[in-house]
Write a protein that binds this ligand. Structure first.
Ligand SMILES: C[S@@+](CC[C@H](N)C(=O)[O-])C[C@H]1O[C@@H](n2cnc3c(N)ncnc32)[C@H](O)[C@@H]1O
Length: 336
């Protein structure tokens, strides 16, 4: 049976977990073991793992709304489920502080949940007008702070590097010009300005319409939430905390994230020269591999899933299994 069928109605209706069956297969939950869901969201992965074996799940989420939503799982699974309010990039310290020194699996589902995207007030979407916010954890610099205070060159770099927007300089120049008169406060205000400056590209037959603000919004979201830094720290944290044979399962949604996961797994499994700045020494005599790769390449969603949940289209799952070699970055150094 597909796990999609065992989700409660409201969760399935609001955030459809991506590659759910594949994630559970990759985690291979077993009775008595402890798994980490670093991106709790709507709890889709957590619930499916808890239903698959008599195991425990320690979840993490930085979004206070996700923490509130987790109450239902506490009622349902009792002390087999626990949630920590924080960033998965800090798991190497968060988990031991909560009493978990070693775990048997870590799963990460990178990005935002449909709850976050669909709620205009969170400011992630250019489709619905809301405050220009985009902070998953509701703390720190908002997207409006970035857009209204950063220099033109810095804005262009963010939009180019994190949004892969070729016209980043034009967007950054227009932001700086417009904000001198009226600061950017709303998502629609920024999206309309970008559309005015870049126009809508002519569409070829069969192509999907992509709003010209898509790349800039992705870039701001990644920057505001330090998503790539979190991912790097999360991978190192998983390396520090996983037991031998422990499973690291990562689902990512765009090439910037997938490249980080792919390179980390290739390096740590000895398939790519890397070495570590934390472990000086000759590269060819580098540290012993901390992971083995199970699949050749990434697992992608099938046609049925993409038809049922178009958001899954670009998803990629990668799995690596922990060896008994010492972590390349000791947990102490992995902490911020
Ligand atoms: C794509 S959703 C996860 C959905 C989940 N797998 C499910 O099936 O319901 C991502 C979630 O991870 C959280 N998140 C993203 N980055 C995070 C980070 N660095 N630390 C903690 N939580 C994070 C977001 O707040 C969001 O709730």
């Amino acid at each position: 049976m597909s796990n999609a069928n065992i989700l409660p109605k409201e969760a399935a209706g609001q955030h459809i977990p991506v590659l759910l069956d594949e994630v559970v297969d990759a985690m291979a939950p077993r009775d008595g073991e402890v798994y980490v869901d670093g991106t709790f969201g709507a709890g889709g992965y957590t619930r499916a793992v808890l239903q698959s074996a008599d195991c425990r799940v320690v979840a993490i989420d930085r979004d206070p709304d996700a923490i509130k939503r987790s109450e239902a799982l506490k009622d349902e699974f009792g002390d087999r489920f626990q949630i920590l309010d924080g960033c998965f990039g800090d798991m190497a310290s968060l988990l031991p502080e909560a009493g978990f020194n070693v775990v048997h699996g870590v799963m990460l589902d990178i990005g935002v949940s449909s709850f976050q995207l669909d709620e205009a007030e969170r400011g992630f979407s250019f489709m619905a007008d809301g405050p220009l916010d985009m902070r998953m954890g509701r703390a720190g610099e908002s997207a409006a702070d970035v857009v209204n205070t950063y220099g033109e060159e810095e804005l262009a770099d963010i939009i180019y590097n994190y949004g892969e927007e070729r016209k980043s300089r034009r967007v950054a120049a227009a932001i700086v010009k417009d904000r001198a008169t009226v600061p950017f406060e709303r998502t629609k205000q920024l999206a309309d300005m970008i559309e005015r400056v870049l126009g809508r590209p002519p569409m070829k037959k069969g192509q999907r319409a992509v709003h010209p603000a898509t790349r800039t919004f992705q870039a701001l979201r990644i920057h505001v939430n330090d998503e790539l830094g979190e991912l790097r720290r999360g991978l190192e944290g998983a390396e520090a905390i996983l037991s031998e044979h422990g499973r690291l399962v990562v689902v990512s949604f765009h090439s910037l994230e997938d490249r980080i996961v792919k390179n980390f797994m290739a390096e740590r499994s000895g398939q790519q020269a890397g070495g570590s700045r934390h472990m000086p020494g000759p590269i060819d005599a580098g540290p012993a591999p901390t992971f083995k790769l199970k699949n050749k390449g990434a697992v992608k969603p099938g046609e049925e899933e993409v038809g049922r949940n178009p958001r899954s289209r670009s998803s990629r799952l990668r799995l690596a299994i922990r060896t008994n070699a010492p972590a390349w970055v000791p947990a102490r150094e992995g902490r911020r």
